[in-house]
Design a binder for this molecule. Structure first.
Ligand code: ADE
Length: 238
């Protein structure tokens, strides 16, 4: 999968692309990420890419010309959907990641400042995606979230032990995961739930499903938890 990123801050991607699963996906050639600073396409003598909004609204607007030229330079090399990250987009979820992970090429456009000139959005953007109802300073973090999400879905990137098929939300699953425990069986006087060491696989599966259902109910209904934990201190137990 070829992933083209248009950003004014390509340096933000260095640590991200050289770490963990994403680095492995690149090394295995499951994904190829190319960064383009669209400021280099600006025809302004000061390489400006933004200007005031018509109508006197606060904030700067990214101008159409540099983005249009940068996109066309990439599209000359072949077609691809162009995804723009903005709080106004549809909210990212696993089904969206699965859709894009199956495509050979995508172009990710990271905005900054207030917004993009609407004409670019109308003429050159295939899809607009948001991480959620909050405002970040730019689309870079959102595009990293997207890249991580599609990289781990590429064949051969995760080992069997890390398998994406058991993820929450994969294959139309819409429930959250369940609590996990590892050795030792007793730690700080707290034991692992006995069902997990019972060897009874049917019971273990039923326990995991019930836990996931209850977690999904309490975490995805916007219900205010009856008890929120306060600050933790060294040696905290709960
Ligand atoms: N850019 C700024 N805020 C964003 C958000 N919430 N999601 C995606 N892109 C963004």
């Amino acid at each position: 999968m070829q992933i083209e990123v248009l950003s004014l801050f390509p340096e933000m991607f260095a640590g991200f692309l050289s770490s963990s699963i994403v680095a492995r996906a690149i090394e295995k050639e499951a994904i190829d990420v190319r960064l383009t600073d669209f400021r280099s396409f600006s025809k302004n003598k000061h390489r400006k890419v933004d200007d005031y909004a018509y109508g006197g609204f606060a904030g700067l607007v990214l101008q159409a010309q540099p983005i249009w030229d940068a996109l066309n330079a990439l599209l000359e090399q072949g077609p691809a959907p162009v995804i723009y990250f903005t709080p106004q987009g549809r909210q990212l979820n696993q089904a969206i990641l699965e859709h894009y992970a199956a495509l050979p090429r995508v172009i990710l456009l990271c905005g900054h400042y207030k917004e993009l000139d609407q004409r670019i959005r109308d003429m050159a953007i295939s899809d607009e995606i948001s991480l959620g109802d909050y405002v970040l300073s730019g689309g870079e973090l959102a595009s990293m979230v997207f890249i991580d999400g599609v990289a781990r879905l590429q064949a051969g990137v995760l080992t069997d032990a890390q398998s994406a098929t058991s993820d929450s939300f994969s294959d139309g699953k819409d429930s959250l995961g369940f609590p996990c425990y590892s050795r030792p069986e007793e730690w700080m006087g707290v034991k692992v739930p006995p069902v997990l060491t019972s060897g009874d696989h049917a019971q273990i599966e039923a326990w995991a499903q019930a836990q996931a259902k209850s977690l999904t109910r309490t975490r995805r209904t916007n219900e205010i938890p009856s008890k929120l934990k306060g600050p933790m201190r060294i040696g905290s137990k709960s």
